[in-house]
Design a protein around this ligand. Sequence first.
Ligand code: DAH
Length: 347
Amino acid sequence: MSERSDRFAGIRQEILEGMEQRAESRAAAFELRKQFLDSKTGKIGQMMKEMKNIAPEERASFGKSVNELKEWAQQKFAELDERMKARELRLRYELEKIDVTMPAEEREVGNLHPITQMRNQLIDVFAGMGFEVVETKEIETDYYNFTALNTPQDHPARDMQDTFYLSPEFLLATQTSAAQIHTMEKKKPPIKMVAAPGKVFRSDDDATHSPMFHQLEGLVVDKKITLCDLKGMLDVFVQKIYGEGATTRLRPSYFPFTEPSVEVDVSCFECGGSGCKLCKGTGWIEILGAGVVNRKVLENCGIDADEYSGLAFGIGIERAAMLKYGINNIKLLFESDLRVLKQINDN
Ligand code: DAH
C-alpha cells in the first residue's frame, strides 16, 4: 500500500519538477502533459491499464487513486497552460512595443524637376494672360518643322538648327514652332496659345547646349496685333518670373517665320543693369526669340494676312531655368544629381 502511495507521490513530484524546469512555452508544457496524461503512452494513462493486474479487492481504491492523480494532473497542467499563455503574450507585447516618444524617421520628400518647375511657372504666367495650352510633338514632318514655317528645302536658315532626320520626311522636332502651324490649321483667329512641354532635339552639345532640350512656344493671331503687344506681354512675363524690376529690350534678329524678328533680352536681375558676371558686363541677358508672324506663314495656314496679324515667341526652358536658379552648366539639369536638384524647390 505504501509502495503504491510512494509511486503516486513520485509521479506528482515528477510533474511538479517538470513544470518547474522544462515548461518554458505552451508547446513544451503540452509535451510534458503528454508524458503523463496521454491515454496510450502517458505514465498516468498506463496506470489505468494496470487495473486488470490488480487484485479485485484493491481495484476500487487503486482506481480512485489513479483518478485523483489524473484530475490533479489535469488541473495542474491547465494552470500551467494559462501561465504559459500569459507569459507568451507578455513576451509578444515586449517584442512589439512601440515607443511613441521616439523621433519619427525622416521621410525623403521629392520635388519637381527644375525644368518642370520652370515650365509650370511659364504656363501659369501665360494662362493668366488668357493663353490656351496645347501640346507639341517630338517627331515632326519636314513640312511642319520647316517648310510651312517659311523655311523651304535649301533655305540657308535650316543650317541654324542641326537636325536629326529620321527619314527624308520625318525628323526629331528642332523647335516648337511647328505647333504654330498645327494650331492655325485647326483654329480660326483670334488665337492665343502657348505650346508645351516642348521637347526638341538638335545635334548640339556643350556647356549651354544639350541635344535634347525644351522650349515653350507662344502664338497670338488677331486683328491689329503689333510688336508693341509683344513687348507689353513679355514685360509682364519677365516681371513674374524674374522679379518686379525686370524689363525687356528687343534687338533685331532673323527668323524665317517672323518679320520683323527680334531677340529679346531681359535686364540683368543679378546686378540690376550695372553689369556683372552673369550678364557679361552688358546689363542684359538674352532670353528668347520672337517676332511678328511672317505673312507667308499665315497664308500657309489659310489665314488672310491682310485682315489678321500675329506675333510669336519661343522660350528656351532650360535657359530660363538656368538664369533663374544660377545654374552655369546645362548638364546639371540632366544628370539627376539629387544634391543639385534638391536645392531648387520653387513651387
Ligand atoms: N524657333 C526658334 C528657335 O528655336 C525660336 C523662335 C524665334 C520662336 C522666334 C518663335 C519666334 O516663335 O517668333 O530658335
